[in-house]
Every structure is written in C-alpha cells, then in structure tokens.
Design a protein around this ligand. Structure first.
Ligand SMILES: Cc1cc2nc3c(=O)[nH]c(=O)nc-3n(C[C@H](O)[C@H](O)[C@H](O)COP(=O)(O)OP(=O)(O)OC[C@H]3O[C@@H](n4cnc5c(N)ncnc54)[C@H](O)[C@@H]3O)c2cc1C
Length: 392
C-alpha cells in the first residue's frame, strides 16, 4: 500500500469550533492511525483478519469508552472528542472503527447506564484497557430491522436464568470475552444480559465470505440452555428503548466516522488528480474531474457541520434519537457516494489495494446497513416530521 500522506480537509476552518483538548485528542488519534493502522490494514483486510495487536493502541488513544468517567477506566472526554476519535479511526478503516464503536457504545455504555455499581466495577476498567473485548447481540436471523420481534429468551430458574436463542452479524463476536445480549423474559419484556465466554452452551462461530468490513471479525452468538448468573442481568433499564439507547450512541459515532472515510477518499483522489497525467495534463485540470472534487469537498464540509452541531447537542443532552438518525444516514450516504466517485477518479488504480478507496467503498456497504439501514433511518425522519408511522 502507498505511504499514508493524508492531509485532512477543513474547508470552512472548522478547527475554530474545537477546543484545544478536542484537537489534542484528534491529533493523537490521527498520528496513531498513520503509524499503526495504515501500514498494515490493507493486508489484514485482504486476509479477512482483525489485527488484534492494535487493541492496546486503541485503548491508549481513548477509543474504548471515550466518554465513560475516569473512575471506571474511561477517558472522561466529551461527545465531540468521542466523535473525532471515531472520525480518525474510520479514516484508517471502518472495520477498526466498528470494533471501537461496539466496545464503547454497545458494551461499555449499557453496562455504565443500565448496570449496577458491581457490574460497572467488574467490567468497565477491563473493557477500557482492552484486556477484555465485548460484543453486542441484538440482530437475529429473522429479526434485523425489527429487533422487537426477537425470539431469544430467558427463563427464571430460581438461582439462575436459562438463555436460549441465536444472534447473527455480531461484530467482535469471534474473540469477545463479554457479550451484552438482548433477550425476552417470560413476560416478553426485553432485558440486557452479560454473557461471558466459557459459559456452557455459549458458542460464537465466525461469519466468513464477507466482501465488506473484512478487517473486522463478525460472528454468531448461539445460546443453547446457557445458565446465566442472576447478577448478570442489567437491572436499570428494560424494554426496546434500552438497546435503542445504545444505538443512539453508536450512530452518533458513525456519523463522525463516515466523515473520516470520506475525507480519506477525497484526499487520495485530490492528490492523484494532480499527479496523474492524461492527454499531456493532470486529470485534475479537466472540468469533469474538478466537478467531482468540488462536490466532494462541499458534501464533506456540510457533514462536518452536521456532526459538530450534533456533538454540541449531545454534550447538552438535547439531541433526539431522530436527529442522531438523520446524521448517521446523511453522513454515511455522503461517504459512500464520495468513495464511489473517488474510485472512478483513480481509474484502474481505484480498484487496487495500493490505495484505500476500494476498501472504504466496500466497508461503507456495511456501515450503510448496520445500526439501522438507510431506509429505516428515512422512516425514522419521516415519522418524526409527520407523526405518522410508516414502519408497518
Ligand atoms: C458487518 C456487519 C456487522 C454487524 N454488527 C452487528 C452487531 O455487532 N450487533 C448487532 O446486533 N447487529 C449487527 N449487524 C446487523 C445489522 O444491524 C443488520 O444487518 C441491520 O439492522 C439490518 O437487518 P437485516 O440484515 O436483517 O435486514 P432486514 O431487516 O431484513 O432488511 C432488508 C431490507 O428491507 C428493508 N426494510 C426492512 N424493514 C422495512 C420497512 N419497514 N420499510 C421499508 N424497508 C424495510 C431494509 O431497509 C433493507 O433494505 C451487523 C451487520 C453487518 C453487515
């Protein structure tokens, strides 16, 4: 792969909106990605393997629980810092960002928000340091966009719960020590349970043959009469709103992360357009190529503003789920379109692993589908503005 020459576009000087702490956090993550992710990621993606050696580095840049309080091992940062870290990691690879998002927003967040003090103290410091990795089991073979229909269930056996069912498309599943699993009790109410690797009847087969997020490990969670200790139930929130609260946090991170992927594609295409000669001129001097670049930087700038304002609202505690949903949908669609245009600008080289664009393009096909598909997010905005439910 080519050396990482990335220079971040900031057309509206949005750095002015960031604090010194934001910039420090962002720059540390940016340098780490250049040093530790860019040189190896293409090789791992080609081999469809997660680079486990980067776990320690992810923990060091604060990617595991950026906004979790320091008393639990988190970085104690604000939401904009969290977003900037996700942006920088996804600039390297969406699969690596997925690993960090799952750990922070889908595993640490529910333990912090819905767990009790013993659960927080037992799990959060180990998850923050990367000693333990986690995964989040919501999607099932027959229930993806409609998780409320889930059939995974648990029964109260007196001194423990008995868990049965299956989850699929679960990021980090093949190597996670801890799974936050959503299942229905005998009354049909959804609860979160912490399931640990090694519990009898719990297995995590890996999902192969992915053309997307190849550097992220994906798998199933299978529960065959798993005895879960009663103290592993998350006591402080139940119902579908509990997993959806986690998705709010993860979708916010994706809204920022997608900007990173788009910035990398734009930066690569811009540099290439000045170096690649055809008809005796740089291809960047042709109007059709300039149109692509002009549209890319415009869309990136709009997405940056959207993410920053959403970060301010998240910091204030005023961002609604529908506002977060809009930013996730808009920014991922923006990134996928830019990846496609940038790939074309590199001609044949655009499909080569010498450059990051094709990998970003394929990765974003998962990002536009997970954490709510593009269509589902359109329905969320539609419901919010009309008050009319078009889901069913
Ligand atoms: C690489 C990867 C990693 C993932 N990681 C995780 C994870 O860690 N944890 C987890 O729980 N899940 C994870 N997922 C699952 C992901 O969240 C689901 O794939 C997603 O929610 C869509 O569900 P589905 O695949 O069952 O598609 P379906 O729900 O079957 O949707 C199929 C199509 O129908 C459309 N559709 C569905 N309902 C409607 C409707 N009412 N109106 C209009 N159109 C509709 C959808 O938009 C989509 O286009 C991951 C997925 C991938 C690909």
């Amino acid at each position: 792969m080519k050396p990482d020459l990335f220079e971040a576009p900031d057309y509206y000087n949005l750095d002015e909106l960031l604090t010194d702490e934001h910039k420090l956090v962002r720059d540390a993550a940016r340098q780490w990605v250049k040093r530790e992710v860019s040189p190896i990621i293409e090789d791992y993606a080609q081999r469809a393997e997660f680079p486990e050696q980067i776990i320690g580095g992810l923990a060091e840049i604060g990617a595991f629980g950026p906004y979790i309080p320091e008393e639990y091992g988190g970085a104690g940062l604000d939401q904009i810092s969290y977003g900037l870290i996700m942006q920088e990691i996804e600039r390297g690879d969406s699969g690596v960002r997925s690993t960090a998002s799952v750990q922070s927003s889908l595993v640490m967040y529910p333990i912090w928000k819905y767990g009790n003090e013993e659960q927080r103290k037992k799990y959060l410091p180990k998850l923050a340091s990367g000693e333990w990795m986690g995964c989040f089991g919501l999607t099932e073979p027959d229930h993806g966009s409609n998780p409320g229909g889930m059939i995974t269930n648990f029964k109260d056996m007196g001194d423990h719960y008995l868990l049965n069912g299956a989850k699929m498309w679960i990021s980090n599943a093949p190597f996670a020590q801890v799974a936050v699993v959503w299942a229905k009790n005998e009354e049909g109410r959804i609860h979160g349970l912490i399931v640990e690797r090694g519990m009898e009847g719990f297995s995590t087969p890996e999902t192969h043959n992915k053309w997307s997020l190849r550097a992220s490990a994906t798998g199933e969670l299978i529960f065959d009469n798993v005895k879960v200790p009663k103290e592993n139930l998350l006591p402080n929130k139940s119902g579908l709103g509990a997993p959806l609260g986690c998705l709010d946090s993860a979708r916010f991170g994706i809204a920022w992360g997608a900007i990173g992927a788009a910035m990398d594609c734009y930066d690569t295409a811009l540099r290439y357009s000045k170096e690649r000669l055809q008809f005796g001129k740089p291809i960047g001097s042709f109007q059709l190529q300039q149109k692509k670049l002009a549209e890319m930087i415009t869309e990136i700038t709009k997405a940056q503003l959207l993410a920053w304002k959403l970060g301010v609202m998240r910091n204030n505690g005023t961002a609604t789920s529908a506002q977060i949903s809009m930013a996730k949908r808009n920014n991922v669609e923006m990134a996928i379109k830019i990846a496609r245009e940038a790939r074309q600008m590199l001609g044949g080289m655009g499909i080569s692993g010498e450059y990051s664009i094709m990998r970003h393009s394929m990765n974003l096909e998962s990002v536009i589908t997970y954490e709510g598909t593009h269509d589902i997010h359109l329905l969320i905005t539609g419901l919010d503005v009309t008050g009319l439910n078009a889901f069913k």
